[in-house]
Design a protein around this ligand. Structure first.
Ligand code: FMN
Length: 184
């Protein structure tokens, strides 16, 4: 099994050491190479490094102040325009029912997951931050109303080594042949 799948942890304390540009490039590359439905690649990654922009993104993320110790944020944005005609004036948010939005979010989540794992493999730490609302975070980054911010990923060299957080046992989540089938 890929070591990073087992080794990765959410990191919420970072050292001040900046990320080498080549490493950041490799993390972004891991996102670029993700699979997506119909290979539509409906994602955009915004790299945020300035103190001012990180501060604004952090505040829009319900003031999770720990985020500021990371030198860089990668904001993963799902763009349904890559999947479908976008009606003029479309406004997406947490209540939007659009099936194409769900697909774009699904695909962008795979890309973001790839980046978390790639970062770990390069000795970097990350934490997916999803605690924000579209109406507050989009304006901070100048993101149009028809895009959906999926996650903010603070990334940098870890300054903590948290233990593995608990997971359900396979026996709880695996069944054979059908929903009500024999558990593992
Ligand atoms: C979609 C998503 C949203 C999350 N949002 C936050 C967040 O806003 N703040 C935070 O501190 N952690 C956040 N996390 C991290 C989770 O708390 C963490 O992944 C979980 O507790 C398991 O810990 P681990 O990643 O170390 O295995 C989020 C994770 C995911 C996948």
């Amino acid at each position: 099994m890929n070591d990073s799948i087992q080794h990765r942890r959410s990191i919420r304390k970072f050292s001040s050491k900046p990320i080498e540009p080549e490493k950041l490039q490799r993390v972004l590359e891991a996102g670029r190479l993700a699979p997506s439905g119909n290979n539509k690649q409906p994602w955009v990654f915004i790299v945020v490094q300035s103190e001012q922009q990180r501060q604004a993104v952090m505040e829009a993320s319900h003031n999770q102040s720990w985020m500021m110790s990371a030198p860089t944020f990668i904001v993963a944005v799902a763009d349904i325009a890559e999947r479908a005609e976008v009606e003029p004036g479309l406004y997406l948010d947490e209540n939007s029912p659009h099936w194409e939005l769900k697909r774009a979010i699904r695909d962008t989540a795979i890309a973001a997951g790839n980046m978390l794992l790639a970062a770990d493999g390069l000795g970097l730490g990350t934490c997916w931050v999803g605690f924000f609302v579209q109406s507050e975070i989009r304006p901070v980054l100048g993101i149009p109303d028809d895009k959906f911010v999926l996650g903010v990923i603070p990334i940098g060299y870890p300054a903590e080594q948290p233990p593995a957080r608990p997971r359900k046992a396979l026996a709880e989540i695996v069944r054979y042949e059908r929903w009500g089938g024999i558990p593992m």
